[in-house]
Design a protein around this ligand. Sequence first.
Ligand code: ATP
Length: 427
Amino acid sequence: MESLLHLMEDEKILRAERLDVLRRVGQSAKNPAYVVGGFVRDLLLRKPVSDFDIVSEGDAIAFARSLAKQYGGQVTAHANFGTAKWFLNENSFVDFITARSEIYTHNAALPTVKFASLSEDILRRDFTINTLAIRLDGNHFGEVRDDINGQADIKKGIVRVLHSNSFLDDPTRIYRAVRYEQRYGFKIDVETAELIPEAIRLIEKLSAQRIRHELDLILDEPNAHLMIARLADLNLLKSIHPALSNEFASISILNQKIINFADLQIAIDNLNDIGVSMPRRDFLWLLWLMPLSADSLKSLNTRLSFTANLMKLLLSGSELLKKANQLSGLSPSKCVQFLDTFHLESVAIVYLLNQDAQIKNKLYTYLHSWRHIKANITGVDLKARGVPAGPKYNEILWKIRAAWLDGIVNDKTQEANLLMELLEIKL
Ligand code: ATP
């Protein structure tokens, strides 16, 4: 029996402390237990691995609980699915699955689940490259199970379904196929690719949550831009929603060749440094979809159900992208008055997308400096001077802020003088 122990013991691929976790799982197993799927695939590709999906041919929940009893940690379980998560600490967990088979009673619906052996568990998987398992229990530690020749497809770089109904059973697998293909520089097998057109009609049956999850996973990938372009080639974007026409096949920052996709992390870090932070995933959704109109975004939202926060930023960014040229010719205070009505994150993305040097410069100065420039005096000072409560407070404070922004006021004395002037005039 072939063993992959030599790869598991390579610290460049698997850290020693994680290998120890697998050894403990193996030593405690009373039934055959395997680490499966992505772990084995990436191990064979010699990519760093750390996440474990353990399939047990016995009760996986009881197994995870026995490990927690022996080695500590917490277990959460889903009795209906026979799955458990063993949290060794805050940052480290292992997934346990009771070996099962799945029956699809309707196309694109969720399957009925039945406990089974590893051989059957393997057959429910998406692609041959994900069907490998490494046995962990007893003396079998490190032995490979390759029932359907997954290793050969990994070597050849082929993404292949296990049977011709696979995409009809679960059309999300089409998006997964593209993700693996572009992640590893693989190719979707010709016969597998031929199964896609028939399954496209079923994409509309997928819930918003399932289809958005697939797109979220794609946007989380370093090669997200290649995946989006490939989805468009295969007509898999407009099948989600007509707003995702081929025009939206590329993440717009690339369309406009503004910065290289590989430099995106630098752009994100730079924004982080100036206090504009957002998850990379949201950042990419914004880069990709902000060029859509508000109406298209609202319609798309009925299909993809974005989080309320992301939707708010998309709408704000879409509006600003259209109106940003109004900034040219505006004084700094007028720019600030205008930009303060948009969400900061969307201003930041419009800054990245904009190609007009003058407007870009204004957006840059707003993000780095103008937005922080405020009057030194506050409402407390105005109250001390007997200004009655009401809208006058904001009016006076804004006039002082605008004077600082436009260089009319340059020090505290000038600010105090302006305040006197404003109070005399206004009161
Ligand atoms: P990744 O590196 O993207 O995390 P992974 O292989 O670990 O890849 P998961 O999404 O964590 O992928 O899924 C774990 C395993 O479950 C996969 O290896 C695959 O065999 C199986 N799987 C996941 N989604 C599906 C699906 N829709 N249909 C069939 N099998 C699936």
